[in-house]
Design a protein around this ligand. Structure first.
Ligand SMILES: Cc1ncc(C[n+]2csc(CCOP(=O)(O)OP(=O)(O)O)c2C)c(N)n1
Length: 363
């Protein structure tokens, strides 16, 4: 009989919620790198806020904000090497940018411009996945392929707590583990899958423990502690590169905003819960306090970088808005490598429809 006591519910946290080092085991990062991590967090928070405003102005489409999840995304992506693979969900835009995805293209993606999903050739980032958990399978396949080819790349798939209820997630862990694939399954447990709270999503004590069933390692980390996330991810990457098989990481974090701009979380979420995560457990505040205590940053520095990043983001928005809208035809051109009969038919149908519409307009 399976003994639940065998499950290790280790929760890795290196910085307390007050930004104090809990033990000396923090990663040995230079002051410059620590500041770089913080700058990413500030930039991404500003980016997220800007996207929300653009959506309200009708300048981008439906948007899934990630404020509150910066430490999980940035800390994990920062531990990767350039050739490692990322398979993101729609909420992992910060991880994509840390890995090198240009901000201008991310903005194009939010505008629904197909050029936003054309990953630059030298970048190992898959297009954003909307189908919950589907990317975990694609990532498992990619990791198995890397292993077969004798490459040393690690593949990371990002997903939410809700994704762990999907069959794809379980199939992905299973196949990756059987093949000892260099795959990291990174779950940002932000406590909500739209309006479904975590306790209605799973009866497991942790998401990390789901790894046990597949004979692989699972680890739970404080997803709002960027140093802890970085360290756990760094170790996971090393384990994968050493051929020791896949890992499931559960980063415990919180989605501060709505699920998307089409959602009203006040209909299902308790205000006190939200307030607690924002006021007491915000990942930026925690890391700011740590860096301030180390004498590395102060308020003057903070307002200086905020000004600079606001300008950078505004510039990226202007550049994205200057890109021509793709034609309707183009929507059919990149689905397959070679022309496909059915798509060609659909393309002609749309062309006929648009021509008729145009005709009516003049009539
Ligand atoms: C297979 C599938 N089922 C349902 C949906 C609709 N849907 C979109 S987001 C979402 C919730 C996902 O929650 P979670 O996996 O926790 O990720 P989060 O959005 O919280 O980051 C659902 C059910 C979908 N996109 N794909």
């Amino acid at each position: 009989m399976f003994d639940e006591n065998d499950l290790k519910h280790e929760f890795v946290q290196l910085l307390s919620e007050d930004g104090i080092v809990k033990n000396e085991g923090i990663p040995q990062l230079s002051n410059e790198t620590l500041i770089e991590l913080y700058e990413w967090m500030v930039k991404m928070r500003l980016f997220d806020e800007k996207m929300l405003r653009l959506q309200r102005q009708g300048r981008i489409g439906t948007y899934a904000p990630f404020s509150g999840q910066e430490a999980a995304q940035i800390g994990s992506a920062f531990a990767l090497e350039k050739d490692d693979w990322i398979f993101p969900s729609y909420r992992e835009l910060a991880a994509m940018m840390v890995h090198g995805y240009p901000m201008k293209q991310i903005i194009l993606y939010t505008m629904g411009n197909l050029k936003g999903s054309q990953t630059p050739k030298d970048l190992n980032v898959f297009p954003v996945q909307i189908i919950i958990a589907a990317q975990t399978l694609h990532a498992a396949g990619c990791a198995i392929a890397s292993k077969l080819k004798g490459e040393k790349h690690v593949t990371v798939s990002y997903f939410g707590d809700g994704a762990t209820s999907q069959g794809d997630f379980h199939e992905a862990l299973n196949i990756a583990s059987v093949n000892k694939a260099p795959a990291i399954f990174f779950c940002s447990n932000n406590h909500w899958a739209i309006s479904v709270p975590l306790q209605k999503q799973t009866a497991s004590k942790t998401i990390a423990q789901k790894a046990v069933a597949y004979g692989m390692k699972g680890i739970q980390v404080d997803g709002n502690d960027i140093l802890a996330v970085y360290q756990v991810m760094k170790d996971a990457v090393e384990q994968c590169r050493n051929g020791e098989g896949p890992i499931l990481i559960e980063a415990v974090t919180y989605r501060q905003g709505p699920h998307t701009t089409a959602d009203d979380p006040t209909r299902y979420r308790n205000d006190d819960e939200v307030k607690d995560w924002i006021e007491r457990r915000d990942p930026l505040k925690r890391f700011y306090t740590f860096l301030q205590k180390k004498g590395l940053i102060d308020e003057g520095y903070e307002s200086e970088i905020k000004k600079k990043f606001t300008e950078d983001i505004d510039r990226a928005v202007a550049e994205a808005e200057a890109v021509a809208q793709p034609t309707t035809d183009e929507a059919f051109d990149y689905v397959y490598d070679k022309p496909h009969k059915l798509l060609a038919e659909q393309k002609r149908e749309v062309q006929r429809f648009l021509a008729a519409k145009e005709g009516n307009g003049h009539g």
